[in-house]
Design a protein around this ligand. Structure first.
Ligand SMILES: Nc1ncnc2c1ncn2[C@@H]1O[C@H](COP(=O)(O)OP(=O)(O)OP(=O)(O)O)[C@@H](O)[C@H]1O
Ligand SMILES: [Mg+2]
Length: 467
């Protein structure tokens, strides 16, 4: 590919002279006589090298190069200067200029500078390609991890995605079960049809049944309209049964029947409706124990567990932590319009030594919190969720510890308060999440997310008055 060069110099005849020189060497050359003209060209065309005069009216060469890099971060710059001094050369190299030449120069000097820049660009491109290659091997779509078990999960996803096999994903909270379920769906022939997730642990039995299978008009008091269930919504696509271990025995039977017959009846309806969905289930509970104790039907388990995928907890794959940290920093920078470069060595070592009860989700939360409390471009310290875990109703919400930076301290108090508030509210509503959300004015999704973040288990909440 021919290299594209933009020459910027206010001396018209000089520009034409070096244009001819470079074209003779097979470069593609454009010319501008001031920064404004140059920017116009940079916006409309992509260049490899900006070859610019230093001294120009209004905007100088370095300033122009800065602006050019905002348009195209990969552009290389060569500065031509009649006022060459050591300090300006050093400055320009610091700002990312690849080379500078002192005017007046021999044609060979210019050609050498350009060739050197071209060679450097080639090398950088090769390194970048290699790095992308490495990144690709350490990730499957947006699932990050180089741990060998994660690698076999990528292979398994690739093998199982094109089939309709039912997949059962297990692993602790926050390890990425939903992420894996989505990766399977979006790499399957069903990818243009819906992926419909339902949290089976979040709803009471009757509500879950109508959510899954829908209901007919008049099926029960309040059923003023016919409603389609998740299975019907997902027609042709995938249903993700999250926390499937929480499905009640009665509903387990119905689910089994739908799987066997590939048909369902809406609640209060008699006409069977054919359904074509792929099922992916997940649980963070010990499903084998539930089978032993008779809470989960083994026939249903066999049906759902055609391909088991177990995701190991984060503490068993700490080599993935630096990769995940980079991944989340990249995402958070983009979403929060920040420019944080990395975490300090000390913070990284803390992260590598933590036991991660909340797994990848906790890591994500910790970094998000760190973004809020960091003004710098390096995250110096992190607060672990366990530091805000031990909230008991009688414990004081905060003590002032001026040894902790203000923003970090404030965020810790905020989190403690949030957790205490949510626990109190949930207790008041006997662990009923939708009711708590409604009464407190918290979005139900937010409430679920925060309950996960703070590891609040609504089934373990003591009813009011019993403590
Ligand atoms: N390997 C990974 N790479 C990148 N992001 C990940 C990875 N694993 C998890 N995450 C992120 O962590 C968060 C939690 O993941 P997810 O919701 O899939 O976990 P889960 O296992 O379903 O948790 P739970 O059991 O609590 O429902 C998500 O934001 C997800 O994108
Ligand atoms: Mg989940």
């Amino acid at each position: 590919m021919r290299q594209q060069i933009l020459i910027v110099d206010d001396q018209v005849s000089f520009c034409h002279h070096i244009k001819a020189l470079l074209e003779n060497e097979d470069y593609d050359v454009s010319v501008a006589h001031d920064a404004e003209q140059a920017l116009g060209k940079l916006y409309s065309q992509s260049f490899d090298i900006l070859l610019t005069d230093m001294r120009m009216p209004k905007t100088n060469g370095l300033e122009l190069f800065d602006m050019a890099r905002k348009i195209d971060p990969d552009i290389s710059g060569i500065i031509m200067t009649a006022y060459g001094s050591i300090s300006s050369a050093v400055n320009s190299i610091k700002q990312g200029i690849t080379d500078y030449i002192q005017k007046p120069f021999e044609p060979e000097a210019l050609l050498m500078a350009v060739e050197k820049t071209v060679r450097e660009r080639r090398m950088l491109n090769e390194i970048r390609d290699l790095r992308n290659e490495v990144d690709r091997r350490y990730a499957f779509g947006n699932i990050i991890g180089k741990n060998h078990k994660m690698q076999s999960i990528y292979n398994l996803i690739q093998k199982v995605a094109p089939t309709d096999a039912r997949v059962f994903v297990t692993g602790e909270t926050g390890v990425g079960k939903e992420l894996v379920a989505k990766a399977i769906h979006f790499n399957s022939p069903r990818k243009n049809k819906p992926f419909v997730g339902i949290n089976c642990g979040a709803l009471a039995e009757t509500l879950l049944e109508t959510e899954l299978f829908g209901h007919e008009r008049g099926a029960f008091t309040g059923a003023i309209r016919t409603k389609r269930g998740k299975f019907e919504y997902a027609q042709g696509g995938t249903v993700f049964l999250d926390e499937v271990g929480d499905v009640s025995p009665g509903l387990q039977m119905k689910l089994l029947r739908v799987i066997q017959e590939k048909r369902l009846e809406r609640v209060g309806g008699n006409d069977p409706i054919a359904v074509d969905v792929r099922l992916i289930s997940a649980t963070n509970q010990d499903i084998k124990e539930k089978i032993r104790s008779g809470e989960f039907r083994i026939e249903l388990f066999y049906r759902l567990n055609v391909v088991p995928i177990h995701i190991p907890p984060l503490r068993e794959r700490i080599e993935d932590i630096p990769l995940l940290v980079n991944h989340f920093i990249r995402i958070l920078n983009k979403n929060l319009k920040r420019n944080i470069r990395r975490v300090s060595t000390r913070a990284m070592s803390q992260l590598m030594h933590y036991h991660w009860p909340g797994n990848v989700r906790e890591l994500e939360n910790i970094l998000e919190r760190a973004f809020v409390t960091t003004d710098d471009d390096i995250i110096e310290s992190v607060i672990f969720s366990s530091e805000i875990q031990d909230v008991r109703p009688d414990a004081p919400l905060f003590t002032v510890d001026i040894g902790i930076p203000f923003k970090v301290a404030r965020s810790m108090v905020e989190k403690r308060f949030e957790k205490a508030y949510l626990m109190e509210a949930l207790k008041h509503h006997e662990g009923n999440v939708s009711k708590t959300a409604k009464e407190t004015g918290i979005n139900p999704r937010t409430l679920w997310r925060k309950m996960k973040e703070y590891e609040i288990d609504r089934t373990r909440i003591d009813p009011p008055g019993k403590m």
